[in-house]
Design a protein around this ligand. Structure first.
Ligand code: KG4
Ligand code: ZN
Length: 392
């Protein structure tokens, strides 16, 4: 097994015969007290959540204690299987989830040194995402809940991404502003309280991650585009090509990435028609700068105008090096405290679902066996949370 350190995280990585990469992620910090409950009843009881995530091309399971302490975090990544097709193939993703989900759950429990009877609730992503992929995690969680009587909690995938910030930042509490930038979402959100979100801006067309993926494909970097553009941009000049800003004139917090993407495609076509070559690294850096500038500008303006001095970031694009540096600098200049998860907690994982699931569980949110996958589940809609039953 290959061992890699990323910020405060230690990642054990192994490629299986079918091309799937199995990862076990541990915090670099010393693991804290034993996992079992204390015999002393005066000590506050911990809440231990088993979390499952399968909304796209990662099958993941994790055990999280009290919303912030990750006891185990297992990710089975299918990226290599989809790379040959240039994007995620939903049928392949669902089939692989079915093959891997039991293993991930068993491994998460075993690495946490716990059994199912030690678990207080099972949290599962039920949307948004690919319907067939979501259904695998939801079915697994429902089956475990039915067989054991352990309460079930449905979690919104993006609320999970936002909650990834709680894991390494024990001091972070709402309210704060969060910039959510993933493969399917680009939102500026005020996190008013745990599980309470006000969307103040969003993309009018493509998501930020989608723009990274499409531009990467156009310049032949392949899938997934975000990390590849990130890497190429480090060798390029961000001021080499001037691309339009990814914003909308009459909406100060909204984004629009399709105009930028078209400008990049036009640039490539014109260069090719003229028989000119172009520098891929310069193009990657210039495109990335156009995205990063607008994300930074909107996020900082939101903090200042809404009066918050804490900014968090979430989603796969939040692992982008240039975005992290730009926001870090802008936050310093504007006296805003900046929070960002380690890159491996920015992309899809189940630890973040365990963190979000904990706060839902503590609010009394429960799902029953009618819980279903909802591919276009809206963010922050409280009506949807109680699936037939509300205990507590
Ligand atoms: O959050 P995520 O793992 O899955 C969704 O919920 O969508 O985000 C995946 C997206 C992909 O579009 C990927 O290209 C992008 O995040 N991404 C990045 C980076 N790493 C992943 N984009 C820019 N820079 C990165 N380093
Ligand atoms: Zn995601």
């Amino acid at each position: 097994m290959e061992k890699k350190e990323s910020n405060a995280m230690i990642i054990d990585k192994k490629t299986e015969d079918d091309g799937v990469i199995m990862m076990s992620i541990k915090s670099g910090e010393e693991a804290s007290s034993p996992n079992k409950e204390s015999e002393d009843s005066s000590v506050q009881k911990h809440v231990t959540i088993l979390a499952i995530e399968s909304s796209c091309d990662e099958t993941a399971a994790a055990v999280v204690r009290d919303g912030r302490e990750v006891l185990s975090n297992i990710i089975s990544s299918q990226i290599a299987l989809h790379t040959v097709y240039g994007g995620v193939v939903p049928e392949i993703a669902s089939r692989k989830h079915v093959e891997k989900v039991n293993y991930c759950v068993r491994e998460a429990l075993s690495q946490a040194d716990l059994k199912l009877e030690d678990i207080d609730a099972i949290a599962v992503t039920y949307g948004p995402g690919l319907v067939g992929a979501l259904l695998v995690g939801v079915s697994e969680a429902k089956a475990l809940s039915f067989a054991t009587g352990i309460p079930l909690v449905g979690v919104h995938h993006i609320e999970g991404h936002i909650s990834a910030n709680y894991i390494e930042n024990k001091d972070l509490e709402p309210p704060f502003v969060c910039l959510v930038v993933s493969g399917g979402h680009s939102h500026l959100v005020v996190v008013k309280d745990y599980g309470e979100y006000e969307i103040i801006g969003q993309t009018r067309d493509d998501a930020a991650g989608e723009a990274f993926d499409k531009v990467a494909r156009a310049i032949g970097l392949g899938y997934p585009g975000g990390p590849k553009i990130d890497k190429a941009a480090r060798e390029g000049n961000p001021d080499a090509i001037s691309f339009p800003a990814a914003k909308i004139a009459d909406a100060e917090y909204d984004f629009s990435f399709s105009g930028l993407k078209s400008a990049v495609l036009n640039y490539i076509n014109i260069q090719r028609m003229q028989g000119d070559d172009f520098n891929k690294n310069d193009l990657a850096a210039s495109f990335q700068k156009a995205v990063v500038d607008v994300l930074t500008e909107h996020a900082i303006r939101a903090c200042k105008e809404y009066g918050y001095d804490k900014l968090a970031i979430a989603g796969g694009v939040a692992s982008n090096t240039a975005l992290r540096t730009s926001l870090e600098n802008a936050c310093k200049e504007n006296k805003i405290k900046f929070y960002r998860p380690s890159p491996v907690l920015c992309t899809d994982n189940a630890a973040m679902i365990g963190a979000a699931g904990y706060y839902e569980y503590m609010k009394g949110v429960r799902a029953d066996l009618t819980l279903n996958a909802v591919p276009n589940l809206p963010l922050g809609d409280r009506e949807r949370r109680f699936h037939g039953r509300q205990s507590m």
